[in-house]
Design a protein around this ligand. Structure first.
Ligand code: PLP
Length: 397
C-alpha cells in the first residue's frame, strides 16, 4: 500500500552521515523523538513510543496495562494472529470473540465472554475499518476492563472525529511492509495514560533506568526487553507520515465512488461501515445473503479480470488457522506458557465462532488503489455491475 521514494533516501542518507543510528545517543530531538511527537500530534494522544513492530506495540501496550498470567484478554476471531500472540507473550490468555457484519468485534459477544479474569479487550480495526468503538467501550466500562486498540491496519484512520488509537486506553500501530505507511518493520504504541506510558517505556527498553530521562519515570523500573526502534527507521517514518494524508485521501475517494456506484446494485449489500469518513478506505466489503452467492460472484468477477477475495480465505487472519493457539502452545517453555500458568481449562475449536465464519464467508473484498486512474476504477465498477446482473450459474437466488 505504501509509497516510498527519494525523500526517504535523502532522510536515510542524512541519518547515516550524522553517524547517530541509536535513538538514545545525541540527546533530544533526534529522528525518533521527532517522529513520536509528530505521530502523537496526528493521533491526538499525550504519549507515543515508536517500537520495532506492531506486535511489539501491542505487547508494550499490554505490559503498560499491567496485564499478565491469570488474566484474560478478549480478541476478535478475525485478526492477524499477532493480536492473540501479543496476549500470550505477556502471559495472559486470549479469549476469541465474534465479529459483526462491520468486520470488527461484536460488542454483544464480548460482553458474553467477559469473566472475572478478563482485564482487557482488543478491538481490531481490520483493513482500516473502524470497529464499533462506542459499543465496545461501553461494555468495557460497564465491566471495568481496559481497551487496547489494534490499529495496525489503520494508520491514520478515525472514528467519529477521533483518531483510531486514541479512543481506548492505549493503541498499537504497525509500519510493516503490508501497512498503509511503512519503514519495512516498525510500530508505535499510543496512550494518554501516564502509568501505561511509563510501564510501556520501561518494557520496550531494558536500559531505561540508565537513560537521561530515567528521573521522569514514575513507575518502578523492572527488567524490560528491547523493542527500541532506530534512527534510520524513524527518519523513514517521518517522511512516510507526510505521505499519509494523501494516501488516505486517494483510498477514501476510490471507496466513496465505489460505494455510491454500487449502493443499489442487487445481489449484494455493501458491508456496513461504523464510520464512513474515518474508514481508511483500504477495501470495499460486499456482503451476500449466502455463501454460495458469495463464492459464485467472486469466481465470476475474477474471471472478468477484477481481483476479489473473501476474508474467509485470509489464512493467518482467521482464528481457525491459528494452530499454536488452538493447540494451546503459548510459549517455548512450559513455565512461560499462559495456558499452563492457570488452573482454568480453556477450550478452543475451529467452530467456536460460527457467526464470524459465516460473515467472513459471505463477504467479498474489492481492494482500492493509490495509483489507479478514474477510468480504470470505473471499468472495475462496470465489471462488478455486470457480474452482479448476470444470472449466476447454478446458484439459487
Ligand atoms: C500487522 C498486524 C499486526 C502486527 O504487526 P507487525 O508489525 O507485523 O508485528 C497486529 N495486528 C494486526 C491486525 C495486523 O494487521
Amino acid at each position: 500500500m505504501y509509497v516510498i521514494g527519494n525523500e526517504e533516501v535523502e532522510a536515510v542518507r542524512r541519518v547515516i552521515a550524522s553517524g547517530q543510528l541509536f535513538r538514545y545517543r545525541g540527546g533530544e530531538g533526534g529522528e525518533t523523538d521527532q517522529f513520536e511527537t509528530a505521530w502523537g500530534a496526528k493521533v491526538g494522544v499525550k504519549h507515543t513510543i515508536a517500537v520495532t513492530s506492531g506486535t511489539a506495540a501491542l505487547i508494550c501496550g499490554l505490559a503498560g496495562m499491567g496485564i499478565g498470567p491469570g488474566d484474560e484478554v478478549i480478541v476478535p476471531g478475525y485478526t492477524f494472529m499477532a493480536t492473540a500472540n501479543a496476549v500470550l507473550a505477556v502471559g495472559a490468555v486470549p479469549i476469541i470473540a465474534e465479529i459483526d457484519e462491520s468486520l470488527g468485534l461484536d460488542a454483544a459477544d464480548v460482553e458474553k465472554k467477559i469473566t472475572s479474569r478478563a482485564k482487557a479487550v482488543i478491538p481490531v480495526h481490520m483493513c482500516g475499518l473502524p470497529a464499533n468503538m462506542d459499543a465496545i467501550t461501553a461494555v468495557a466500562k460497564k465491566h471495568g476492563i481496559m481497551v487496547l486498540e489494534d490499529a495496525c491496519q489503520a494508520d491514520g484512520g478515525s472514528y467519529h472525529g477521533k483518531r483510531l488509537g486514541s479512543i481506548g486506553d492505549a493503541g498499537g500501530f504497525s509500519f510493516n511492509h503490508f501497512k498503509i505507511i511503512s519503514c519495512g518493520e516498525g510500530g508505535a504504541v499510543t496512550t494518554d495514560d501516564d502509568t501505561i506510558y511509563y510501564r510501556a517505556l520501561v518494557h520496550h527498553d531494558g536500559g531505561c533506568a540508565f537513560r537521561d530521562h530515567a528521573a521522569e519515570v514514575t513507575v518502578p523500573f523492572y527488567a524490560g526487553s528491547n523493542f527500541r526502534i532506530n534512527e534510520i527507521l524513524s527518519a523513514i517514518l517521518r517522511v512516510q507520515l507526510t505521505r499519509l494524508d494523501g494516501i488516505l485521501a486517494k483510498l477514501r475517494a476510490e471507496k466513496k465512488l465505489m460505494r455510491e456506484e454500487l449502493a443499489d446494485v442487487s445481489g449484494f449489500r455493501l458491508s456496513p461501515v461504523n464510520c464512513v469518513e474515518g474508514d481508511c478506505g483500504v477495501t470495499l466489503g460486499l456482503l451476500f445473503d449466502t455463501v454460495a452467492e458469495s463464492e459464485s460472484f467472486a469466481s465470476r468477477l475474477n474471471e472478468a479480470g477484477v481481483g476479489c477475495g473473501s476474508p474467509y480465505h485470509s489464512g493467518i487472519h482467521v482464528y481457525w488457522n491459528w494452530e499454536p493457539i488452538l493447540q494451546q502452545r503459548g510459549s517455548y517453555h512450559p513455565m512461560r506458557d499462559a495456558y499452563k500458568q492457570t488452573d482454568v481449562k480453556y477450550e478452543y475449536s475451529e467452530d467456536m465462532c460460527p457467526k464470524t465464519k459465516d460473515i467472513l464467508a459471505r463477504t467479498q473484498y474489492i481492494g482500492t488503489s493509490i495509483d489507479r486512474s478514474k477510468d480504470d476504477l470505473m471499468d472495475v465498477i462496470g465489471k462488478i455491475k455486470n457480474v452482479a446482473s448476470s444470472t449466476p450459474a447454478g446458484v439459487a437466488v
